[in-house]
Design a protein around this ligand. Structure first.
Ligand SMILES: *Cc1c(COP(=O)(O)O)cnc(C)c1O
Length: 224
């Protein structure tokens, strides 16, 4: 199987048309596959598991921008903070505070996205839409606790559904929530990041305003 370079070029081109970033999701895939895509020009890669990310990072070029897109446990934050480019799945203030603490220790600020629960499925992580306002207020009111992070936008996952209208509505909800609640947190001069869209729905995501899509299986093949 290996990496699908034709598909890569096609998706990369779509992203350029929408001024969106393509994150190649390489979880479970070997370092050699990442290297193949890197050699084709890809710099943004996404991983879901801390140990796997740390192992891969140590074997691959240092100009790769690593995105942590999985469910992050507070006790593992310290392993990725030294090098991670963007942490997508922040779904609690406790986790955000821990990222801030570890970043501050290293004298840096780490960019994060708040994950919002938009799917009508029980299993997906994230803040409830109704909690977002209070969450943002808490972050703003305690710069001591959250000074080591920059909240750069939102991340979401739509329902795993063939119903395009439902997926579209969930994407629209994410962008609306972002515009309503998050803009005041975004560092001055930066565009907010709306991270949504995967192999099955990236085209719809781009049309609905995503500026960062996370695509795995279309590039690397199915994960068995
Ligand atoms: C695995 C994963 C992806 C990529 O999924 P594909 O369907 O393979 O494109 C994107 N986002 C998250 C959060 C993931 O866990």
């Amino acid at each position: 199987m290996g990496v699908n370079l034709e598909k890569y070029k096609e998706i990369k081109h779509r992203c350029e048309e929408f001024s969106a970033t393509l994150v190649a999701v390489s979880k479970i895939k070997p370092v050699s596959d990442i290297k193949a895509l890197y050699n084709a020009g890809q710099l943004d890669f996404g991983e879901n598991y801390v140990q796997e990310l740390v192992d891969k990072q140590s074997q691959l070029p240092s100009d790769i921008r690593w995105h942590f897109i999985g469910h992050l446990q507070s006790n593992k934050v310290k392993y990725i903070v030294p090098f991670v480019h963007l942490i997508h799945g922040v779904d609690s203030l406790k986790l955000l505070a821990e990222i801030s603490k570890q970043s501050t220790k290293l004298g840096k600020r780490v960019s994060c996205l708040l994950q919002v629960h938009i799917a009508n499925e029980e299993t997906k992580f994230g803040f409830a839409a109704s909690d977002l306002q209070e969450t943002v207020s808490s972050i703003k009111s305690d710069p001591g606790k959250f000074g080591g992070v920059e909240v750069c936008g939102l991340m979401g996952m739509a329902s795993f559904s063939d119903d395009q209208n439902q997926v579209r509505a969930e994407f629209q909800q994410l962008v609306a929530l972002g515009k309503e609640h998050i803009l005041s947190l975004i560092p001055a001069g930066q565009q907010p990041i709306w991270s949504f869209g995967m192999s099955g729905d990236y085209e719809l995501a781009l049309q609905e305003g995503s500026n960062l899509i996370r695509v795995g299986s279309l590039l690397f093949g199915a994960r068995l």
